[in-house]
Design a protein around this ligand. Structure first.
Ligand code: ATP
Ligand code: MG
Ligand code: MG
Length: 387
């Protein structure tokens, strides 16, 4: 299984977990990112590249040593990537540079999905970053509406909720100089997500539909499967698969969506890489999202049902561990998880900072009620350790 070397642009926690999965299969991985980034820490090799995944020369240095390039982040310089593809005609790149280009601009992504008959949140381009342009959008969408940066968004940091006309100037100040678009407000009852992996010959496999709960725009909890009807879960799965089918190439995708009060589903956004809502798969599924990605981009077998919950698990909860305002206090939560049967702790080897994603905890069980009891203990909301 070690015939192909996979180069990963980005060495954060997602890269680190791709490395873990690849290591088990003897698939060699090399990382392009800053020295000692999380993915490099667990991957002894003199061949990693120190540099930026947005820099052409650094990508070339990585490409020289690899058979396949993949990404753990979509904020790559696509033009640099395309030039690298021309320089190394035998090098495979998954996701395809065109896919990254379409997805990294959230407005282009929406236009692409609409063209492929996939239901998305209604959105509109902001032609000019001015109060007048936003006033016209407010007249059309009503208030509140969501103003978003088209590019370089993560953890809600490119988003501003425009509550009324008086907050337009503040919104422009907050998202100063960024390319913007606006979205209609979605009064969702739940946020759902589905990981979908696409094989080299275009077959798509969906992981179970999950429910994500955000706090301050950052993923806080994932409930797998989603606490919703089978019909809605199935509908979400079909929507996610249809969306991913519209992108050629292969690999794993995270599809985020909103469930509306009338049970309609709309796609919020897609990530062309492993995704926070899929971390539960490490403990709950036959094959983790990270291994599925490695299998897809390396052209390894992807058998029927390899994305399903494993037979011993019916329910799982994932808790993100974010940096506390008191440095390292988040480790107390991890310690409680270590005391808890059926809970697994993953730490990413990052320096602590408030709200930074430091790790996650997976709880698996045969009922959601039991998983919730374990979570309550870990969060300090109940005293007795579940047996
Ligand atoms: P990430 O890439 O980390 O998931 P992001 O910065 O790209 O986040 P979004 O996914 O666009 O941000 O939005 C973050 C959260 O804000 C969503 O998960 C949802 O809770 C809320 N949100 C986004 N768009 C809307 C909308 N149109 N209406 C209501 N809430 C929204
Ligand atoms: Mg995003
Ligand atoms: Mg999002």
């Amino acid at each position: 299984m070690d015939s192909k070397t996979i180069g990963i642009l980005g060495g954060g926690q997602l890269g680190r977990m791709i490395v873990e999965a690849a290591n088990r299969l003897n698939v060699k991985t090399l990382i392009l990112d800053a020295p000692n980034s999380p993915a490099k820490q667990i991957n002894a090799s003199p061949d990693h590249v120190d540099g930026s995944f947005t820099d052409y020369d650094s990508i070339v240095k990585l490409a020289e040593k690899c058979d396949v390039l993949t990404v753990e982040i979509e904020h790559i310089d696509v033009e640099a990537l395309k030039k690298v593809a021309q320089k190394f005609p035998n090098l495979q790149m998954y996701p395809l540079p065109e896919t990254i280009k379409l997805i990294q601009d959230k407005y282009l992504q929406k236009k692409h999905l609409i063209e492929h008959d996939v239901e998305v949140v209604e959105s509109i381009d902001v032609a000019e970053n001015s109060v007048d342009a936003l006033l016209a959008i407010g007249d059309q969408f009503g208030y509140p509406f969501m103003l978003k940066s088209r590019t370089l968004a993560y953890d809600g940091r490119g988003n501003f909720v425009v509550k009324n006309k008086d907050s337009l100037a503040q919104a422009l100040e907050f998202l100063k100089d960024r390319p913007l678009y606006a979205e209609k407000w979605c009064p969702f009852t739940k946020e759902l997500a589905v990981m979908v992996v696409r094989s080299i010959d275009g077959e798509v496999f969906a992981y179970p539909t999950v429910e994500t709960i955000h706090k301050n725009n950052i993923c806080h909890l994932v409930y797998a499967p989603a606490r919703t009807s089978d019909t809605i879960a199935k509908k979400a799965s079909i929507l996610a698969k249809n969306a991913v089918k519209s992108f050629p190439g292969c690999g794993i995708f995270g599809v985020e969506m909103f469930l509306l009060p009338n049970n309609e589903l709309l796609i919020n956004e897609i990530a062309p890489r492993p995704h926070n809502s899929g971390h539960y798969t490490i403990d709950a599924c036959v094959t983790s999202q990270f291994e599925a990605h490695v299998r897809a981009v390396a052209g390894l077998p992807m058998p029927k049902d390899f994305t399903q919950l494993s037979t011993s698990t019916t329910n799982a909860i994932m808790l993100n561990v974010l940096g506390d305002s008191v440095p390292n206090k988040e480790l107390e939560t991890c310690r409680k998880a270590l005391e808890t049967p059926n809970a697994s702790v993953y730490l990413y080897g990052k320096a602590t900072r408030p709200e930074r994603k430091m790790g996650h905890i997976n709880i698996v069980s045969s009922s959601m009620e039991d998983a919730q009891n374990r979570l309550n203990y870990i969060l300090g909301e109940s005293e007795s350790i579940p047996s």
